[in-house]
Design a protein around this ligand. Structure first.
Ligand code: 5GP
Length: 192
């Protein structure tokens, strides 16, 4: 019995403001073969964000049409907008044997866990909730209202942490990055 082939899909989830994006970009410097899935969203671009690079920015109608057509591996409503992973961002890469990283919120991560149980799920947790507030405020990209909404969702998201295979507490960036790197390298070496 050889079992299913080990997956090279890495799902990185956790609350907004926990540092998923920073950890992933540093991780990709250390492991350049990791390819990042570019998500689709109906959120408006923030200053400096580029179409097709940071996100595929879609209007609501196009997003929902593409949901209807079954083009999403997962999708979720988050803080008043839709976010989702297009199958086209993942499937070709997996078939070509390239490792892919998804940076997504918890509802989407649950969907991927259900449809792709072989995907490696990693939950990034803050050392405490107050850290998230400081990070969201410090990032300066969201209004006070939006920050308050994100923090409410974050409490629910934190309660879900035990559902995932691995948890990394982002208490200190370098330490958390080492831990994340060790998990990813160990999975990549299993699949070779
Ligand atoms: P932001 O608006 O800060 O870019 O993203 C808000 C939240 O949506 C973050 O937690 C981010 O990880 C998550 N997110 C980004 N892309 C996707 C996606 O494709 N699917 C899901 N489910 N969540 C996403």
């Amino acid at each position: 019995m050889s079992g299913p082939p080990p997956s090279k899909v890495f799902v990185i989830t956790g609350p907004s403001g926990v540092g998923k994006g920073s950890l992933i970009s540093l991780l990709r410097h250390r492991i350049p073969e990791l390819e990042l899935s570019t998500s689709a969203t109906t959120r408006k671009p923030r200053t400096g964000e580029q179409q097709g690079v940071d996100y595929h920015f879609l209007d609501e109608r196009e997003f929902l049409d593409r949901v209807e057509r079954g083009e999403f591996l997962e999708h979720a409503a988050y803080s008043g907008n839709h976010y989702g992973t297009l199958r086209s961002e993942v499937e070709g890469r997996v078939e070509a044997g390239h490792p892919v990283v998804l940076e997504i919120e918890v509802q989407g991560a649950r969907q991927v866990a259900a449809s792709m149980p072989e995907a490696v799920q990693i939950f990034i947790a803050p050392p405490e909730l107050s850290t998230l507030k400081l990070r969201l405020e410090g990032r300066g990209t969201d209004s006070p209202d939006a920050i308050a909404r994100r923090l409410e969702v974050a409490e629910e998201e934190l309660a879900a942490r035990d559902e995932f295979h691995h948890q990394v507490v982002n208490d200190e960036l370098e330490r958390a990055l080492d831990e994340l790197e060790a998990i990813v390298r160990s999975k990549l070496s299993e699949s070779r």
